[in-house]
Design a protein around this ligand. Structure first.
Ligand SMILES: O=C(CO)[C@H](O)[C@H](O)COP(=O)(O)O
Length: 279
């Protein structure tokens, strides 16, 4: 048990590193040519693990970022930077690695803590396999249990007040526009020129909770399933993208999956827990 804040922070970093190295070992095959690289602090270890394989492996690979941070990571590691906008029609990435803010029992994700969710979703959905890497704090039964800041929602700035009103009507508890970094006045601006609204909701139900017939999950009683909430949020005028990654996973559909085929969690005891659909 960590006794100081520094030791606790070091434990989290070690956990991120363990998850990332194991995920790269298990899911980056030398014959792959197109790799998606997500955003956030855990992905830094993914890039380190890939770079350590050396040019004999990586020089034949193209790396696709999910925003300005991962673009810089790829370049700094000396890896080949390519853009998803130039991916030939009909082609997919072989694999994409990315972090998450929270992962539930059904492998739905909250993402967007780093404000990169829109490009992250495009890259994940462009990959044959999307692999999630995280530390033990992200593992949770229901979304909104561990990650209390709310669901990140990328919005057109002029629509933000209207979207906030809609979110309140839907039962969000104090949704707010994410402020810029200290020293910057006003809202945070994403790589796509949008704003982020963080919308807290009561912990989100899984589809299986409603199958038992005890709860509706349609928001009527303030409780939503991930799928019902996501389907409603994405349709709000002014919403560009939402930080709920949900629906099918890569084992069920050929492409377009938002949910990972595997989620790797570095645990506090130094092990790595691997979650796959149905486990
Ligand atoms: O969604 C994201 C950024 O938009 C990140 O993947 C998420 O916030 C996790 O970040 P970290 O690895 O730093 O905990």
């Amino acid at each position: 048990m960590a006794s100081t804040a520094e030791e606790a922070a070091a434990l989290v970093e070690t956990s991120k590193c363990l998850a990332a190295y194991q995920a790269v070992k298990d899911h980056l095959r030398p014959e792959y040519t197109r790799i998606g690289i997500g955003s956030g602090s855990t992905v830094v270890y993914v890039v380190n693990a890939i770079a350590e394989l050396g040019p004999s492996v990586t020089s034949k690979m193209a790396f696709y970022p999910t925003g300005s941070q991962s673009e810089e990571l790829i370049e700094a590691a000396g890896l080949n930077l390519h853009y998803i906008s130039k991916l030939p029609a009909g082609q997919q990435l072989d694999v994409a690695f990315d972090g998450a803010d929270e992962v539930d029992d059904d492998m739905n994700l909250i993402k967007g803590g780093g404000a990169c969710l829109w490009q992250e979703k495009i890259v994940a959905a462009s990959a044959k396999r999307f692999v999630c890497v995280a530390d033990f704090r992200k593992l949770s039964g229901r979304l909104g249990t561990a990650w209390k800041k709310g669901i990140p929602i990328e919005v057109l700035p002029m629509a933000a007040p209207r979207v906030l009103d809609e979110l309140r009507r839907m039962g969000s508890l104090n949704p707010r526009i994410r402020p810029g970094l200290p020293g910057k006045a006003g809202a945070i601006v994403t790589d796509n020129g949008m704003w982020i609204i963080d919308a807290p909701f009561a912990p989100l139900l899984l589809l299986k909770d409603t199958e038992s017939g005890t709860q509706a999950g349609n928001g009527a009683d303030g409780l939503w399933t991930v799928d019902a909430l996501a389907d409603k949020l994405i349709k709000l005028p002014g919403v560009a993208e939402i930080g709920l990654f949900y629906g099918n996973n890569g084992l069920e559909v050929a492409s377009g999956a938002q949910k990972p085929v595997a989620a790797y969690f570095g645990m506090a005891d130094g092990t790595v827990q691997i979650k796959t659909p149905g486990t």
